[in-house]
Design a protein around this ligand. Structure first.
Ligand SMILES: Nc1ncnc2c1ncn2[C@@H]1O[C@H](COP(=O)(O)OP(=O)(O)O)[C@@H](O)[C@H]1O
Ligand SMILES: [Mg+2]
Length: 249
């Protein structure tokens, strides 16, 4: 797979869980490629298995069957941005952002310099000594994004990162993330259940069905950036995806 521009390749990945009602199949032979530096959106209804899929890619969960292959030039490690921020409340912004570098054994000075670079990039300069409880939801997620970038990993997985934000902040953060991404290219896998967000953000969109979920369709929005959610092409694509997307069970 070296030289193909493919960063991650999933082949027939399946996953079930045992629960009170028996065995629930969540992922049904999911196959997909993630290409270098693309912004790939995985769109699907609530409870269809998006988080399970990302966790499997991040090696936080094991698939029952199938394979996940990383480009050999990639470390196979990923930065992760969580829906509920997952910040350490007793650590300030700087210490939160430094953490992945600390785990990697980086020296203090290098850690701080790198963390400060990304704190600045996400627009939080001046807040490095603040604690998460002093920050708004949007600011907390800026910290989450800075931390994922500071990890130095070339792949970043984002699990409904703006799902907990109010609509206005969500729009702002979408633009902010696209701006950050234009400054430093990464391969991004972004999960959402929001069709407009998927179209606004994605270079490519993979639509999942309800569980046991499969990839039902791929969309490549042919829309100039910055995209406008009131343009006729945007609305046509929104209608088309809406018609093909399951309602959450
Ligand atoms: N640890 C678990 N134990 C049992 N079932 C689980 C577990 N994690 C996920 N599931 C099942 O997987 C389904 C999909 O979960 P999830 O990936 O969190 O959905 P999504 O992120 O798409 O909203 C859940 O509805 C649940 O049935
Ligand atoms: Mg989820």
């Amino acid at each position: 797979m070296a030289g193909t521009g493919c960063k991650i390749k999933l082949e027939s990945v399946s996953k079930s869980f045992d629960d009170k009602i028996g065995r629930t199949a969540v992922l049904d032979e999911i196959s997909l490629n993630v290409y270098e530096n693309e912004f790939l959106v995985i769109l699907g209804p609530g409870q269809c298995g998006k988080t399970v899929l990302l966790n499997i890619i991040a090696d936080m969960e094991q698939a029952d069957s199938g394979t996940i292959t990383f480009d050999p030039q990639s470390s196979g490690q990923t930065g992760f941005v969580f829906q509920r921020y997952a910040l350490f409340n007793w650590k300030n912004v700087l210490k939160n952002v430094e953490l992945p570098l600390k785990f990697k054994g980086a020296e203090k000075e290098q850690r701080q310099n790198t963390a400060m670079k990304y704190i600045e990039m996400v627009g939080l300069k001046g807040f490095e000594k603040a604690y998460p409880s002093q920050l708004s939801g949007g600011m907390k997620q800026r910290v989450g994004i800075a931390r994922a970038y500071a990890s130095g990993n070339d792949i970043i997985l984002m699990d409904e990162p703006f799902g907990a934000l109010d609509a206005q902040t969500r729009y702002q953060m979408q633009d902010e993330l696209l701006k950050i991404r234009s400054k430093e290219k990464k391969t991004i896998v972004f999960v959402t259940n929001n069709i407009e967000e998927a179209i606004y953000m994605g270079d490519r969109i993979l639509l999942l069905s309800n569980k046991p979920s499969k990839v039902v369709k791929e969309y490549v929005p042919d829309l100039e950036r910055p995209r406008k959610n009131t343009s006729s092409q945007f609305m046509e694509l929104r209608d088309e995806i809406t018609a093909n997307m399951d309602l959450a069970l």
